[in-house]
Ligand binder design. Structure first.
Ligand code: ASP
Length: 446
């Protein structure tokens, strides 16, 4: 790929004035400031009727601002399916042999598994240390449940639609590839198809697949071009997304479950700032300064979209353009990581399950905690990389450890912000994994 020629979104060659990452950051700050201010001024107390001013804020946020945020999100999603298919097919077929794919694949899975387990254990340990559930009174639980009962019910119904774990694995294999590509929530089917097709391409005479390879290479480059156009719109899109999230944030609920919020956010920030930074240093050889300079756009995109899938094309570009990772490796790891590797989500799950169990008054034993770690891995694989993708599966885990899933109501009011924050380590772990593998294969990172 011609590296970011005249492409300012990664900080290279700003045309004039502010660089794009700075503009995106500015959009984030302005959107958040306006949203938080309006929320603090007008949002009603829990259970109190809404004032006219808040109804007006809600109308503006939903009818005017949100559509622009959604437009940005949809434009990002629009290129995800072709990029997943092209990059996986080209990545896998470019590796040359099934043995090489197997070796790279098993290292990738080992990374996903071990980092997810560490993350879930961290979440659990934090709850045991801070005990955020011990000071939530039964009245608080009742008040929040009344307020968030309907949304919680929807999530529980979604989880009921989920089948057994084994059936979930069977369903990963699509019966219709076109259908599998039709929905951003289930791109795992498309991933499996692209992987198998790419592997098959290594067993067919090269001249027979050359035309297809050239075609997909062209399509991939076009999508990356489109992505750079979409990112030009990011400062506005990000501002709109963050404005909506903060203006509608349940600050009152945040106070009621304040210790949960502090524990979850503290765990996620610790995981990002300490664990991911150390992993980048040790496995990718990048100093914290170099690493964070390179991922500015990635950070803001993940945070504002709350979606690993929507961020995935940006994650690939960051690895290739910013750090010089080869396209085959980035194109192989990132689509898999966006769907299967969610470290932030695992920290969050550890915290939520133990917190809700504490509120419910059931102290989970060691065996049940180990179960939570196991489930975290399954959820990381099964949850869609979309906003709130892990919540329905979380309802299943709660049921399994004997906590009523209705208790999810307690965390839903503040989940948007936690979701935005957990998406950041979700994508950073994929990035570091691809950089580690690139280095292992003898590529020099920039
Ligand atoms: N929003 C997260 C992601 O896309 C998934 C989740 O934890 O709900 O990575």
């Amino acid at each position: 790929m011609e590296a970011s020629e005249a492409d300012p979104s990664h900080g290279g060659a700003p045309k004039r004035g502010m660089s794009l990452p700075t503009k995106i950051l500015l959009g984030l700050i302005v959107g958040a400031l306006v949203g938080v201010t309006l929320n603090l001024l007008y949002a009603p107390q829990l259970g109190a009727p809404k004032s006219e001013s808040f109804i007006a804020v809600e109308w503006w946020a939903d009818q005017v601002i949100k559509p622009f945020g959604d437009l940005f999100l949809r434009l990002l999603f629009m290129v995800v399916v072709p990029i997943v298919f092209c990059s996986l097919f080209l990545g896998v077929s470019g590796l040359g042999s099934v043995e090489k794919i197997g070796a790279l694949g098993s290292r990738t899975l080992a990374w996903f598994l071990s980092t997810t387990v560490v993350a879930a254990i961290l979440g659990i340990a934090l709850v045991r240390l801070i005990e955020p559930g011990k000071n939530v009174s039964p009245e608080t639980v009742e008040r929040i449940r009344e307020q968030y009962g309907t949304i919680t019910q929807t999530k529980i119904e979604q989880s009921a639609a989920a089948k057994g774990w084994l059936q979930m694995l069977v369903d990963f294999v699509p019966t219709n590839v076109v259908g599998a590509a039709g929905d951003n929530k289930s791109i795992l089917g498309l991933i499996i198809f692209a992987l198998i097709l790419g592997a098959a391409a290594t067993r067919v005479a090269p001249h027979k697949t050359q035309v297809l390879r050239d075609l997909l290479e062209g399509l991939y480059e076009l999508c990356i071009k489109v992505l750079s156009w979409v990112m030009e719109f990011a400062p506005i899109g990000v501002a709109c997304l963050i404005f909506h999230a903060t203006a509608m944030l349940g600050v009152d609920v945040m106070k009621l479950v304040g210790w949960y919020f502090v524990t979850a956010m503290g765990g996620l920030i610790f995981y990002q700032v300490v664990v991911i930074t150390v992993l980048a240093r040790v496995f990718a050889g990048l100093s914290p300064g170099r690493f964070y300079r390179g991922i500015r756009t990635l950070l803001v995109t993940a945070f504002s979209t709350s979606s690993s899938n929507a961020t995935m094309p940006t994650t690939i570009r960051t690895a290739v353009d910013e750090f010089g990772a080869p396209k085959e490796i980035a194109g192989f790891v990132m689509p898999l990581g966006a769907t299967m590797n969610m470290n932030g989500t695992a920290v969050f799950e550890g915290v939520v399950v133990l917190f809700l169990a504490q509120v419910y008054g059931s102290d989970l034993g060691l065996a049940q905690q180990a179960m939570v770690v196991g489930f975290s891995v399954l959820i990381a694989v099964g949850a869609a990389g979309v906003p709130g993708g892990s919540i329905p599966l979380l309802a299943i885990v709660l049921t399994q450890v004997g906590v009523p899933p209705e208790f999810l109501a307690l965390i839903l009011g503040v989940d948007r912000l936690v979701d935005m924050t957990r998406t950041v380590p979700n994508v950073c772990s994929d990035l570091v994994c691809s950089l580690w593998l690139s280095r292992r294969e003898g590529h020099k990172l920039r």
